[in-house]
Design a protein around this ligand. Structure first.
Ligand SMILES: Cc1cc2nc3c(=O)[nH]c(=O)nc-3n(C[C@H](O)[C@H](O)[C@H](O)COP(=O)(O)OP(=O)(O)OC[C@H]3O[C@@H](n4cnc5c(N)ncnc54)[C@H](O)[C@@H]3O)c2cc1C
Length: 417
């Protein structure tokens, strides 16, 4: 089934009876060429690119819950390419280019909206850092421009420009940044992978990874054993638990990150705004809700819900930056489990076990990475060699100290993430 304007019109006029399910619901086969553990955004994107780019369709995605029920459906949907460090910069630039063609590629409306992101500047030091970042972004071929205070005020007149603790001096403006509808991203990748022959198996928890003489042989699941020539672990917040099934100890700590949404309001916020000093970021969804979030809950946990002190902290930051938000009713908050790596950057690599691959360490920023994570992980699984944009994202960097990357330039220090 292809989506088109004509199809939408015809279905609308004939009672919407012609829409089928977006993906098949197969039972697992006894054996696959490739099994992916985790039906989140990254697992589904990997399946799409394995089928589309490499013609590999004897592939299964095993998901313990339902497709898109993990972080891919829980994030604040920010998509950007404003990274600075060599390695991350190229990767996120690659990802944003994939986002820009994604709807056409998937024939699916993922509501990618390049509404622009403004990172607010509150000190001279921060301005210097953002000027440097803007230059790096432009050097990478992306866009980054500095706004002065008047420039920010013109775009975001409702911010509190009178507050004296963290006065707004300007902003870093990334015009191609924005948002996308997170569930639709999962559904679009799932539909495409399923149409191309990949089996998406829900309610199928992987409970063991079979390894014989250093070679992966398959997985044990709640739907029985499944043999596989290659296995990709793409389990985000559960990465350490899944890798432990193969006897591996990953350099990952899982932490909760919460997000919040208000009641639907008339359009009032055209951009994504980040307020680093208060650790707060906000955008408005197409339904009208103000979607916002803050920092991690700061203790390791696998619970998909957060603590009240963080709710208070985020609400305070919101009121400091944008006092008018106090008039909106907050409808819901929720949490997701973040796979935090020590240097804040991800891992896409082979493991020491032949045929077993790892995709993890996305921290709080893996949604924007979804297309490139899938694209580059599929490349590694299919060819055995890393994609040029992931050559630095090796697992052994934490053991050898070579190539550690740190988005905040703070060094490899667990408790800072
Ligand atoms: C509140 C919040 C806000 C965020 N905001 C942003 C943002 O604005 N921008 C951004 O870029 N990123 C953001 N992120 C991060 C982003 O959502 C994640 O980094 C990304 O979604 C992780 O990849 P994924 O989609 O594959 O994860 P998931 O959707 O979590 O997929 C992993 C899947 O693996 C499955 N699984 C786990 N164990 C097993 C098992 N044993 N067997 C079978 N299946 C298993 C899980 O059920 C899950 O469905 C945010 C996250 C949260 C929680």
């Amino acid at each position: 089934m292809r989506f088109s304007g004509l199809k939408v019109l015809t279905e609308g006029l004939t009672g919407n009876k012609g829409w089928g399910p977006h993906w098949r619901n197969p039972e697992p086969k006894p054996e696959y060429d490739i099994v992916l553990i985790g039906g989140g955004g990254h697992g589904l994107a990997t399946a799409h690119y394995l089928a589309k780019v490499h013609g590999l369709t004897n592939v299964a995605v095993l998901e313990k819950g339902y497709l898109g029920g993990g972080n891919v459906g829980r994030n604040t949907t920010i998509v950007r390419a404003n990274y600075m460090l060599p390695g991350n910069s190229e990767f996120y630039s690659h990802s944003l280019k994939l986002w820009e063609g994604l709807e056409e590629d998937l024939n699916y409306n993922v509501m990618h909206s390049q509404r622009g992101i403004i990172n607010l500047v509150h000190s001279d030091g921060q301005r210097d850092a953002f000027v440097r970042r803007a230059n790096s972004m432009c050097g990478q071929g992306d866009d980054g421009a500095m706004l002065d205070r008047a420039g920010v005020e013109k775009l975001l007149p409702f911010l509190d420009f009178e507050q004296t603790r963290f006065p707004i001096y300007g902003g870093l403006y990334h015009k191609r940044g924005g948002t996308a509808r997170h569930d639709a991203v999962a559904w679009g990748f799932a539909r495409s992978a399923s149409d191309r022959g990949v089996d998406l198996i829900q309610q199928c928890e992987v409970t063991g990874i079979d390894v014989e003489n250093g070679v992966v042989k398959g997985v044990q699941t709640t739907k029985g054993p499944i043999r596989a020539k290659k296995v990709g672990m793409v389990a985000a917040g559960r990465s350490s638990q899944v890798a432990a099934m193969a006897g591996m100890r990953l350099p990952i700590e899982s932490h909760v990150l919460q997000a919040f949404v208000t009641e639907g309001l008339k359009p009032c916020l055209d951009h994504v705004v980040t307020y680093g000093m208060g650790h707060f970021y906000i955008s408005q969804s197409d339904k009208g809700g103000l979607v916002f979030g803050g920092d991690l809950d700061m203790y390791a946990s696998y619970a998909s819900r957060g603590n009240l002190p963080l709710v208070e902290h985020v609400a305070e930051a919101a009121m400091t930056l944008m006092p008018a938000i106090g008039k909106a009713k907050m409808l819901r908050s929720w949490g997701g489990v973040m796979d935090m790596s020590p240097d804040g950057s991800f891992i896409i690599d082979k493991t020491d076990i032949e045929g077993l691959f790892v995709n993890a360490g996305w921290c709080y920023g893996g949604f924007k990475a979804t297309p490139a994570s899938g694209h580059t992980f599929a490349h590694l699984l299919a060819t055995g060699t890393p994609h040029p944009t992931t050559v630095r994202h090796r697992l052994d960097r934490f053991r050898t100290g070579r190539g550690i990357m740190d988005e905040e330039a703070t060094g490899s220090q667990h408790n800072l993430h």
